[in-house]
Design a protein. Sequence first.
Length: 354
Amino acid sequence: GDETRQRVKFTDDRVCKSHLLDCCPHDILAGTRMDLGECTKIHDLALRADYEIASKERDLFFELDAMDHLESFIAECDRRTELAKKRLAETQEEISAEVSAKAEKVHELNEDIGKLLAKAEQLGAEGNVDESQKILMEVEKVRAKKKEAEEEYRNSMPASSFQQQKLRVCEVCSAYLGLHDNDRRLADHFGGKLHLGFIQIREKLDQLRKTVAEKQEKRNQDRLRRREEREREERMGRRSGSRNRDRRRSRSRDRRRRRSRSASRERRKSRSRSRDRHRRHRSRSRSHSRGHRRGSRDRSSKHKYRRFTLYFRSSREKSRDRERKEKSSSERRHESTNGKSRSKRSEEREAGEI
C-alpha cells in the first residue's frame, strides 16, 4: 500500500542491484554475528520479479553494480582477516617453521572434517541418507589422519607450549578457529549460516566476474563487428562515392562537351547571323548609298530644274514686267497724246462753238 514504493521501478538508482540478483550481503548474513542490518537501498521482491522478466528481453548489465558491491564487501572482510592474523601473530609465541607447518596441517584437517560433517548434515536433512553415510565414513578417515597429525605436532614441541590454545583465522569468514576444537564445534562453524553465507557471497562474486567478463567480451566483439561493418560501409561508400564522382565527372565532362558543342554551335550561328546581318547591313548600306546617290542626283536635278525654272520664271517675269512697263509707258504716252488731242479738240470744239 506504499505509494512511493509503487512508483519506484527496478531501474531506479535507489533500488539495490545486488538484491535484484539475490546476492546482497545484508540479506545473506541476516541473523548472524556479522549481521549488517537493513540495507540503505530499496529491497523488494516485486522489483526482483520485474527485473527477471525484463532481463529475458534485453541485457540491463546490472551485474556490474552488484559485482562492485560484493567486491567492496569482500575486500573489507579480507582486511579484517589480515588484521586478525597480525593480532594473533603478536599475542601468540613464536614457533619454528616446521612446527607451524605441522599446526597448519592439523588446521586443514579440522577444516576438512567440519566441511564434511556440515555436508553430511545437509544431505541427511534433504533425505539422502546413503550419501550422508558415505560422507560420515570419509569423516572417520580424516579423523584418523588428524589424530596422527596431532601426535606429530605434540611431539615436536614442549608440553607447556602444546597446552596453550593455538588459534587460526578462517580465510572465508574471518572467524577464529582453535587447534583443539572438537568435531561438533567444527561442524557448527563450517555448517553455520555465517560461513555458508560467506561461501555463497564469494561464489556469487566469482560468477558475477565471469558473467561481466563474458558480457564485456561480447560487447567488445559487437563493437568490433559494428566498427568493421561501419568501416566496410565507409569503404563501400567511398567506392560508390568514387564511382559517383567518376559518374559525375563523366557527366560533367559530357555536359561541358555538350555545352562547348552547343556554345560552338551558338557561336557559329551567331557568326553566321552576324555575317548575315553584316551582309544585310552592307546590302542595306549599299542600297541606301545607291538611293542616297539617286536621291542626291534627283535632288540635284530637281535643284537644277528648280533653279532653271526659277531663272526662266524670273526672266519671263522680268520680260513681262518690262513689257508691262513698256505698255504702261506707251499707254501713258498714248493717253497723254490722246489727252492732248482731246484737250485740243475740246478747245477747238469750244472755240468752234464760240
